[in-house]
Design a protein around this ligand. Structure first.
Ligand code: CO
Length: 333
């Protein structure tokens, strides 16, 4: 059965000097250990995340895809690369450089590796321009963070970017980032375990309850990472609230469940019961294999959760493992 992993990350070999030109204190760079196999994503002198060679070396990436029997993988930036807090022009140059490096990474095996671009989301004009430039140069979509500082996805500026993508047939993956990390979130990777799913749910709810889907073109292909975070499990809660409280429904003419055919989610939920709920909620045409490879919080054997799911029939598996992604990205079979 064909398998396309539509949510995976890369990080290019960025030297400290290059990162320092964007921001000496916080722009990310890659420190590779002497053995060449492992390393750290760094911010100045501070380790941000331990990583290994598949993140930057397409040769090992393809070896791993062979081992996991994955036909195609779509890679995108590690969210720490986004650069949304910088001056728009500097961030646009940085994004263009990262996007070119992503295509270089994929050029090792262009049939099996595809890329989604990053954009300088803080500047609408530059973000649209980079999304279109990237599309013309071979990227098959864009990845954006789920918010821009205090602005959620329903902000006019972000809606205008999504409109540009919808009108120009540029698929969009929304990835949680810049989570609450202080105070009670400090230990045990709580920002990844608790805040990330909440951020994703917040993005979906903000689009629904603001009525943004009424304004966005139906042509927009939009996907939320990590199975949409907490969204599917708590849809009933939101639905009840919409019916019972006027302040919940003041922006949205329809209840939340009305908009389930306007977006996709990936399958990175790590538990067959969660995947059952997700497919029941979203439908088998709205879930796509996504692994978060090659990070430790990703699916360790890519595609196993879907392929071995006891409750999905062969047709549903074929859609989730590949068919839906082919449609989402407009790729030929
Ligand atoms: Co991810």
């Amino acid at each position: 059965m064909k398998k396309i992993d539509m949510h995976a990350h890369f990080f290019p070999r960025i030297e400290r000097e290059e990162a320092a030109r964007l921001d000496a204190a916080a722009a990310p760079w890659l420190r590779i250990d002497e053995d060449g196999e492992t390393g750290q994503i760094m911010q100045a002198d501070k380790p941000f995340r331990p990583v290994y060679r598949a993140l930057w070396d397409p040769l090992l990436r393809i070896e791993e895809l062979d081992r996991h029997r994955i036909d195609m993988q779509v890679v995108c930036a590690t969210p720490v690369m986004f650069g949304y807090r910088y001056d728009g022009r500097a961030a646009a140059e940085w994004a263009a450089r990262m996007n070119d490096l992503a295509l270089e990474h994929c050029a090792y095996n262009p049939k099996r590796l595809k890329a989604m671009a990053q954009v300088p989301l803080q500047d609408l004009e530059l973000a649209c321009a980079e999304a279109s430039r990237a599309q013309a140069s071979g990227h098959i979509g864009v990845q954006i963070g789920n918010h821009l500082g205090p602005l959620d996805l329903d902000d006019d500026h972000l809606i205008a970017f999504l409109q540009h993508c919808g009108e120009n047939r540029i698929p969009v993956l929304v990835h949680p980032w810049d989570m609450m990390t202080d105070g009670r979130m400090k230990r045990w990777m709580m920002p990844w375990l608790v805040a990330m799913p909440a951020e994703t749910q917040l993005s979906i709810m903000s689009l629904i309850l603001s009525g943004a889907f009424e304004r966005l073109p139906a042509s927009l292909k939009l996907c939320f990472a990590h199975g949409g975070g907490s969204f599917a499990f708590l849809l009933g809660r939101a639905e009840n609230a919409w019916h019972c409280r006027d302040i919940v429904r003041e922006g949205s003419p329809h209840p939340p469940s009305h908009y389930l055919d306007r977006f996709y989610v990936d399958s990175a939920v790590f538990d067959p019961r969660a995947l059952s709920l997700l497919v029941d909620t979203m439908g088998e045409r709205r879930v796509m294999l996504g692994s978060d490879h090659p990070f430790p919080l990703g699916e360790q054997e890519i595609g196993k959760l879907v392929a071995e799911h006891p409750g999905l029939d062969a047709g549903a598996k074929a859609r989730i493992l590949a068919g839906n992604a082919l449609e989402f990205f407009g790729l030929q079979t």
